[in-house]
Design a protein around this ligand. Structure first.
Ligand SMILES: NC(=O)c1ccc[n+]([C@@H]2O[C@H](COP(=O)([O-])OP(=O)(O)OC[C@H]3O[C@@H](n4cnc5c(N)ncnc54)[C@H](O)[C@@H]3O)[C@@H](O)[C@H]2O)c1
Length: 351
């Protein structure tokens, strides 16, 4: 399955079991033989797939280098990027060379931020290996790193030259990370596609995730094409994220994973929407059922008042207004701006 993303720099996304083996052949369609390729991967993923990726690139005449960093969100920071810059510079990378990000969203965000900024921008290939990266972070060109003050505070928009999604790599993904990605998959169904939601809720997508991955990526593609720089339509992707981010923060980014927190955020917003009469009755119950099916938590012990207070630094805030994504029903979403007192009232909390 293949699709083209028509952004300022159009690129192709290939979703195919086993396609990692064709990395070199695909790269040869984009880069001159003899170009340098820097394979960036973390300490979990490189031992599993790094060798095959390097071999595939070398077979097509690329000079292959690798940069492996310790796995984990804490490495998505400027000091890791600086080490990667050094590896690129020491090995003579020029603007005709490229980076391959082989791994989850941490690898993709960090490596592609380096690609966006090294020599004012070199090209890169995304080869995502976690479910979250395959359905979300590898598509759309958002790159970046964390600061001690907050997540994703430094970054750039830089579209990939190619996204190569091999669902076979999910066979080694730890189950908790699979569930984590399912939180985002459920979100795509909620905001844009009743059929996708029904597929996720009604079948077990673990055995054959490729069709679901295709549907999720296709939704993200359309949204990104309409709003590459995240000023309108793309904000719909933040359904569940207002409360999700707040919950992650309240748990010091340790107790709850991103997908788990977003799942709880989606169910809460759907519930408040139902009470306010803007969301179809029964929507929250359907979301909760889907979350349960993929072993995602349904609620958190932290009270709504505290969660609301923690949304104060939300990226979707503009001055005193916070932009929240709500559902009309499963498959149909809209953005509603709230003042803080309005949002508190909407959630049944005294301002
Ligand atoms: N750029 C975007 O648009 C965007 C969107 C959503 C999330 N993100 C970012 O993505 C990051 C989270 O991504 P993630 O959940 O993939 O994190 P991650 O990259 O840390 O991967 C999760 C874990 O799974 C391991 N892993 C990945 N693929 C594997 C495989 N096939 N087999 C075995 N282990 C594997 C990793 O080593 C890691 O331990 C966050 O930093 C978030 O900010 C970015």
């Amino acid at each position: 399955m293949q699709m083209t993303v028509s952004t300022s720099h159009p690129y192709q996304i290939l979703i195919e079991r086993g396609c990692l083996a064709s990395l070199g052949a695909r790269a040869a369609e984009l880069f001159r033989p003899g170009s340098r390729a820097m394979l960036v991967s973390d300490s979990n993923v490189f031992p599993l797939y790094g060798g095959a990726a390097e071999q595939s690139l070398s077979n097509r005449g690329f000079s292959c280098f690798s940069f492996v960093f310790p796995a984990g969100e804490s490495e998505k920071r400027l000091s890791t990027v600086e080490k990667l810059y050094a590896a690129l510079a020491e090995n003579g990378f020029t603007r005709s060379d490229f980076i391959v990000a082989l791994g989850g969203g941490v690898t993709g965000d960090m490596a592609c931020f380096a690609a966006a900024t090294f020599l004012r921008g070199i090209r890169f290939i995304q080869a995502p290996t976690s479910l979250l990266a395959q359905i979300d972070s590898s598509v759309g060109g958002k790159t970046g790193v964390d600061l001690p003050q907050g997540k994703n505070l430094v970054g750039a928009f830089h579209q990939p030259a190619l996204v190569l999604i091999d669902p076979d790599t999910l066979a080694t993904l730890p189950p908790r990370y699979f569930s984590d990605g399912m939180g985002e998959a459920i979100k795509y169904g909620c905001i844009k596609s009743r059929p996708l939601f029904d597929r996720i809720a009604g079948t077990d997508v673990r055995e054959h995730p490729e069709e679901m991955i295709f549907q999720c990526v296709d939704i993200k593609r359309k949204v990104v094409e309409q709003d590459e720089f995240d000023t309108g339509e793309r904000m719909l992707l933040n359904f569940g994220h207002t409360f999700g981010h707040a919950l992650e923060k309240l748990h010091d980014f340790q107790g709850l994973s991103h997908g788990e927190a977003v799942g709880i955020g989606m169910a809460m917003m759907a519930g408040f929407g139902e009470k306010a009469g803007v969301t179809a009755p029964g929507t929250a119950a359907e979301i909760l059922k889907a979350l349960k099916k993929y072993n995602l938590p349904l609620r958190d012990k932290i009270q709504t008042e505290e969660i609301l207070a923690a949304t104060a630094l939300d990226k979707k805030s503009e001055g005193s207004v916070i932009r929240v994504i709500l559902l009309k029903e499963i498959g149909s979403s809209f953005l509603r701006p709230f003042t803080r007192p309005e949002l508190a009232a909407f959630c049944g909390v005294k301002p």
